[in-house]
Design a protein around this ligand. Structure first.
Ligand SMILES: [Zn+2]
Length: 601
């Protein structure tokens, strides 16, 4: 008995020693851990008040973000208790944390964001006069008032906590609280170190930063700041290279266009799993309008197209660039094909519904900084959209209300498509609330419950709505000489073969995973006028329907469709051309897609 008692008292002694710095300086430790995760609180705010779900996912994110911050917080309280004049360090920390908290509350309550690359950029770019005007406009806004209130509340809590600090500490020295705190603290520190390894990793590209941020996701300020600074660094390098290629290199040498008058449209969809489209055999008729275009002999459906990534930003950049991943070329090493088309006399318009979307995440700013580079306006683009819209149909209407077609007019639409959350991608009206969960194919899979079936149903409805949006676009070209190309940035998992939705960023890939996440739809619609004027081109398009291709080569198809002759035109990379030589389809920077799906690796 006594040996046991001694043993357990030794353990308690050890545990007390372990938690001591945190327990003694609990108000400071908590202030650090709470104020450095403002994005977490913003997410709770948003999900609980607006969406009423995903709470478990948020629990996980909350624990992760607090754990990442707990590591430096624990080191700091350790320092405060070790140093002879530690309380001055404590005052200094409070003096830094509180204004920081206020700024974050201000951004969160007014703009629903926290520290992000644009804010840093904004601060760097803003002069004194502008910031004066900005403050004047926002200092009394309702969001600002809430920010002041919460900051004041935090200050009061800190003062009370510091006054009662010693009695709190002596209460927490009891056995039960000590054991609980020790377990929690150990778990947080361990998890914080595991997830915090992203801070010491080596990065070679923005894609690697995006991937690490997704795999070790944590909405704390240290992570955001770390990713933002790296993003700014790589973005500057990659975007500078891309902008230079678009403005200078694309315009080098002669470029001409053989077509007399022609409209060309590229529609980039989002998170489109082609097996959920009736064009590709889905049992619900989710693509009735495109099916009827196919039955009229105007629409060619491509059956073997792959996207190299399952992330929007890096996929779209590779679609815009004339690079070939299978030949080892990066997207920022070759010019954008629409810049070459501009050089050949085409009018280029860019209408993107993901402009400003989730602008707190690296992937969004990294795409938008390239897609909507201010340098392009007027020099590459004739016109761009000013703002995004909740529904893709409104984006399309916005474009055609401002449409000024010239002789050779290209427009690129980047849609929201079937991006999560699917129920927001179609209008909540009876017309679009088609089918019930009982109509779904394979609805009896063991991992499917009613909420999951509802998600699949919402995906089907979003796909149906996308079909309508595409036909809205076609309606503008029925009496014109026109070609419309439609594809998706990547696929999506919608509980297809396992209990999983959206996209998996685990580096280990399986054939089922890449079939869902990397196989993409591609179809080309030719107007009746185009078909009758260009029978051999139409035949070439149809002959290519089952060729293996990857969407990084879409640019060569666009140049050929636009009948552009320039030094960048390369028929061996054009899947629509008889001279096409397919390159290995390398996905995720190193996996051979065809070897993976045929089980050869
Ligand atoms: Zn995407």
């Amino acid at each position: 008995m006594s040996a046991n008692g001694e043993g357990s008292s030794k353990v308690m002694k050890l545990l007390r020693a372990f938690v001591k710095p945190v327990v003694q300086e609990l108000p400071l430790w908590l202030t650090i851990v709470i104020t450095l995760v403002p994005m977490t609180w913003r997410n709770w705010d948003y999900h609980v008040l607006t969406l009423h779900d995903f709470a478990w996912e948020l629990m996980d994110l909350t624990f992760t973000s607090m754990s990442v911050v707990a590591v430096p917080a624990t080191l700091l309280v350790l320092l405060v208790s070790w140093l002879k004049h530690g309380k001055w360090l404590k005052y200094l920390l409070y003096a830094i944390l509180l204004p920081f908290w206020l700024v974050n509350l201000f951004l969160w309550k007014n703009f629903s964001t926290t520290w992000l690359p644009q804010i840093i950029q904004l601060v760097l770019d803003t002069n004194q006069h502008e910031s004066g005007e900005f403050l004047k406009a926002w200092i009394g806004a309702p969001g600002s008032m809430r920010a002041y209130f919460y900051t004041a509340l935090t200050l009061v809590a800190i003062i009370i906590g510091e006054r009662k600090r010693k009695s709190i500490a002596s209460f927490l020295r009891r056995s039960v609280p000590t054991v609980i705190i020790a377990i929690l603290l150990a778990a947080m520190l361990l998890w914080g170190v595991i997830m915090g390894r992203k801070f010491v990793m080596h990065y070679d590209s923005l894609y690697e930063v995006e991937l690490a941020e997704i795999r070790m996701q944590s909405p704390d300020l240290i992570s955001t700041l770390h990713a933002s600074i790296l993003a700014l660094k790589f973005q500057a390098q990659e975007a500078d290279a891309a902008v230079d290629l678009a403005l200078r290199v694309a315009a080098e040498g002669p470029a001409t266009c053989d077509a007399d008058s022609l409209d060309l449209v590229l529609v980039i969809g989002e998170s489109y799993n082609k097996r959920h489209s009736s064009l590709y055999g889905y049992q619900l008729d989710t693509s009735p309008l495109m099916r009827s275009e196919r039955d009229k002999g105007l629409l060619t459906v491509f059956t073997d197209v792959v996207s190299p990534y399952n992330l929007t930003s890096i996929s779209v950049k590779n679609m815009f660039s004339l690079n070939s991943l299978g030949r080892g070329e990066r997207w920022y090493e070759q010019p954008f094909w629409f810049a070459v088309m501009r050089h050949a006399g085409w009018q280029v318009d860019m209408w993107g519904n993901q402009r400003y979307f989730m602008s707190n995440l690296v992937f969004s700013t990294s795409l938008n900084s390239v897609m909507f580079a201010p340098e392009y306006e007027g020099r590459v683009y004739h016109a761009v959209n000013e703002k995004p819209f909740r529904l893709d149909s409104t984006l399309v209407d916005d474009y055609y209300s401002k449409w000024e077609p010239s002789k050779h007019n290209l427009v690129v639409f980047h849609l929201m498509g079937q991006h999560t959350a699917y129920e927001y991608r179609y209008p909540q009206k009876p017309q679009w609330e088609k089918w019930t969960t009982a109509d779904l194919p394979h609805a009896d899979a063991p991992y499917l419950d009613e909420p999951r079936r509802q998600v699949i149903l919402d995906y089907a409805r979003a796909t149906l709505y996308n079909d309508y949006v595409l036909s809205m676009i076609l309606d503008h070209y029925r009496d014109r000489n026109a070609v419309v190309v439609m594809l998706s940035d990547h696929g999506e998992e919608v509980y297809d073969y396992r209990d999983f939705v959206e996209r998996d960023h685990n580096p280990h890939k399986t054939p089922e995973m890449v079939h869902c996440e990397n196989d993409i739809p591609l179809f080309i619609w030719c107007s009746p006028i185009y078909k009758s004027r260009n029978p051999e081109r139409f035949a070439a398009i149809q002959a290519a329907a089952s060729r293996p291709m990857m969407c990084d080569l879409i640019g060569q198809m666009m140049l050929w469709l636009g009948q552009v002759n320039s030094q960048w035109t390369d028929s061996t990379r054009n899947a629509l051309h008889p001279a096409y030589q397919p390159a290995p389809r390398i996905i995720y920077d190193g996996i051979d897609y065809d070897q993976l799906v045929s089980g050869q690796r």
